[in-house]
Ligand binder design. Structure first.
Ligand code: BGC
Length: 763
């Protein structure tokens, strides 16, 4: 037997008498500690650890504390302040074995300070900025007593009809995988046991972004090669980066719900990938196995889930109700329950909670006097990161940047929309603390110029859509509707425009339109706003569109109408300031699209790295019998990787160090990028590779590397990219990850379409 090594009591515990008096020894050896504890637990206590409950304002706190003290709850989510969570931890310390609770929350893109939505963060292509956002989110959340977040969300999404596109990092496997790693490391810091770290739980495992038709919660049916090649790597990257948890997806995969999927949860996750952490079902997902039609009742649902390896059950009571009976009848084994409990205890151990259950709760006397105090926010960082996430899509005749001395008509339903600025899943962010575009522009312009504001249009003129968007908001409607007739709003905006030098129209989606369950059949800006844009265009004044939205929209017509378009997604607490910085040229935009903008919804999917086909459409050679839609131009409106700047960049010819590559060798691809314009700026130089002929069809290109560089006006820099055999590997028909000798094209460019190419051979 292993020798057990005891750690001394942690000094801070002395302030928590209940725990300090009876605290069990905290062992250095995690496995031994967990096994020892497991031996002491009753079946009830074990099953209690598997229960993760949501705490709502309506819930009877006293009853919850009783349940905790009886050892019947392992963790909560949605209770997010120290004063809220302390009594629950106290209750856990009164339980027989004093197993600490953990407190979870959806800290997705910020906690109190809200950073741009994930899709926007990805648009920055700036790993440092993305990492900073995650670190600050973790610090803020940990300071509010939270231990674990249900993030990062790394579902590849190639169908923008899916509302949760906003929550992910876009369409590309390589980019999302890089961000997955950065986010896990940012949340967890040097260790999830640190007082200022959160444990990450990557979600939604797996393939949730590929729901059929972009309709939320729908089925996923996908070939194994596509899964391994395109959709699974981001989860794997998060796990390799040390994600302590995994949240299981709500969808089915090739006929088996993820929550009951032993191949997914056991063979792939635990055996092949060696994951040793906590798995958590999504909200009510075990119960939904009945709805999926794979379990005839709650008993079978619980059995399928525990057998598949779902450790914790989020907000359904089936484990508590059914596991004892299942065990008694021999339908499940003690080891099924023990394995799950072991992971819960192990995660708590890794969060540092056995050493100090109050690690993140702290002492009552240190609680913030005002949880919502502005001084607790990280505004400067939020502004900086938000600026980096904005993408300039069009800038005809240098309409932007605007002059600070100008008279500007600021119109549109999103110009003064503090809730929308924060995007969906805005954690503990307060709309009242977010800077609207109107606030931001007024602050930047000061006394020099003038902003004339008019609402111009409602988010939607469709009552049914409005009701849908507001149906969850019990206190006050999230989408405010101006009751005046649409034409009155438009007339007011047009008259503002006529008195201005330039129009800025903040249009797009309300945040609820790009949210869980908010799938769309149509990617247009709602008609009420399109009518406004048309009327504004008719004034003849320069028209700048500031888009706010959580997914690519089809803005074909708006692209013709507008002189400039800035994609701002939902830019967070400091969004208004950040957007104003870009509009007035105090920051030169540097974002690039992490997802393709289709011309129309009918083109979907439009991701850039599709597989090669036998009859590709050839630009400039229209005609029959090639792959195209004959009724529209082929290709996206804006490609993956695209984004403009207030300066221009040129690329020299690419130099390849050799035209051959050995299996163990390295190839250097270099290019000199020059800022040929008049202002300093940043751009992203992207490297793509195409496997020209393989044992299987390969994509037309795949992103394999990129560098974001800051160049002063006139400055040039040579960038080097190393290519090794690893960059050329793919999953073949036998799901073997290997590179095949032969010819490869390497492409370098400032977006995925406008590239130069050279060829080399893998020997
Ligand atoms: C979502 C998850 C989220 C969970 C808890 C579910 O509806 O699918 O992403 O983590 O709720 O809030």
């Amino acid at each position: 037997m292993k020798k057990l090594c005891l750690l001394g009591l942690v000094a801070t515990l002395a302030t928590h008498p209940v725990w300090a008096e009876t605290k069990p020894a905290v062992l250095k050896d995690k496995d031994a500690f967990v096994s020892e504890l497991l031996k002491q637990m009753t079946l009830d206590e074990k099953i209690g650890q598997l229960r993760l409950i949501s705490i709502g304002p309506e819930m009877p706190r006293e009853l919850i504390r009783k349940e905790i003290a009886a050892g019947r709850i392992g963790g909560t989510f949605n209770s997010i302040t120290r004063p809220e969570n302390r009594p629950m931890q106290d209750a856990a310390m009164r339980s027989r074995l004093k197993i600490p609770m953990f407190f979870a929350y959806d800290v997705i893109h910020g906690h109190r300070t809200i950073f741009p939505i994930s899709l926007a963060l990805a648009s920055s292509w700036d790993m440092d900025a993305i990492g900073r956002s995650g670190r600050i989110a973790a610090q803020e959340a940990a300071a509010d007593s939270l231990d674990i977040t249900f993030a990062p969300m790394v579902d590849i999404s190639r169908d923008p009809r899916w509302g949760r596109t906003s929550e992910g990092f876009g369409e590309d496997t390589y980019l999302v995988s890089r961000i997955a790693e950065v986010m896990v490391k940012a949340f967890q810091g040097t260790s999830p046991a640190n007082a200022d770290s959160l444990m990450a739980s990557v979600k939604h495992f797996a393939l949730y972004g590929a729901v059929e038709g972009g309709r939320d919660y729908n089925v996923v049916d996908m070939s194994p090669v596509k899964m391994y090649q395109d959709y699974l790597p981001p989860y794997h990257a998060a796990i390799k980066a040390g994600s302590g948890g995994v949240m299981v997806a709500l969808n089915s995969i090739n006929g088996v719900p993820a929550t009951a999927n032993t191949w997914l949860m056991n063979d792939l996750l635990r055996k092949d990938w060696g994951f040793k952490g906590l798995t958590v079902s999504d909200h009510g997902a075990i119960f939904e196995l009945i709805k999926h039609g794979v379990a005839k009742d709650g008993r079978e649902a619980a059995k399928l889930a525990i057998k598949a390896g779902i450790d914790m059950s989020m907000n359904d009571s089936l484990y508590g109700k059914e596991l004892p009976g299942l065990l008694k009848s021999g339908e499940i084994q003690q080891s099924d329950i023990d394995n799950a409990v072991r992971e819960v205890l192990g995660a708590k151990y890794d969060m540092g909670l056995f050493k100090d259950p109050y690690l993140r709760i702290g002492k009552a006397e240190d609680d913030p006097a005002d949880t919502y105090a502005d001084s607790r926010l990280h505004r400067a960082e939020a502004r900086d990161i938000a600026r980096r996430s904005l993408v300039l899509l069009k800038n005809h005749n240098d309409t932007l940047p605007l002059k600070k001395s100008a008279t500007i008509a600021l119109v549109g339903p999103l110009a003064k929309a503090p809730i929308d600025m924060m995007g969906s899943w805005a954690a503990a962010g307060r709309p009242a603390q977010s800077v609207t575009l109107l606030d931001g522009m007024n602050a930047v312009i000061g006394e020099k110029g003038k902003v004339i504001y008019a609402r111009g249009a409602n988010i939607t003129g469709d009552k049914a859509v409005l009701d849908y968007l507001n149906f969850l908001n019990f206190d006050a409607p999230e989408v405010v509707d101006d009751p005046r007739p649409a034409q009155v709003l438009i007339d007011e905006a047009v008259s503002a425009a006529k008195n201005a030098d330039v129009i800025v129209a903040a249009v797009g989606e309300s945040r609820g339109m790009s949210h869980e369950s908010s799938s769309r059949t149509d990617l247009n800006i709602p008609q009420s706003q399109r009518d406004l844009i048309k009327a504004l265009k008719a004034t003849g004044k320069p028209l700048v569109l500031v888009l706010m939205n959580g997914r690519p929209l089809s803005i074909l017509e708006e692209n013709q109408q507008a002189d400039a378009i800035l994609e701002t997604w939902f830019a967070g607490t400091e969004g208004g300031n950040a957007i104003a910085d870009v509009l007035f040229g105090d920051y030169n935009p540097s974002g690039k699209l992490p997802i393709t903008f289709p011309r129309s919804v009918g083109q979907i999917p439009t991701y850039y790295n599709h597989l090669t086909i036998g009859r590709p459409f050839t630009p400039g050679k229209p005609g029959n019998y090639t792959s195209q839609y004959f009724d529209d131009t082929t290709g996206p409106l804006f490609p993956f990787g695209y984004g403009l700047s207030y300066t221009q960049f040129s690329l020299s010819d690419m130099a390849l160090s050799s035209t051959t590559l050995n299996k163990t060798g390295k190839l250097d691809a270099s290019v000199t990028v020059k800022n040929t314009g008049k202002v300093d700026g940043e751009t992203v130089v992207q490297l793509y590779i195409q496997d020209v002929a393989g044992s299987m069809i390969r994509p037309i290109k795949e992103l394999k590397n990129f560098q974001k560089v800051m160049l002063k006006a006139g400055e040039a820099r040579t960038l080097h990219f190393t290519i090794t055999e690893d960059d050329l590997k793919f999953y073949n028909a036998q799901l073997k990850f290997a590179a095949e000798p032969g010819e490869f094209n390497v492409q370098i460019g400032l977006d995925s379409q406008d590239v130069q190419q050279q060829t080399f051979e893998l020997l």
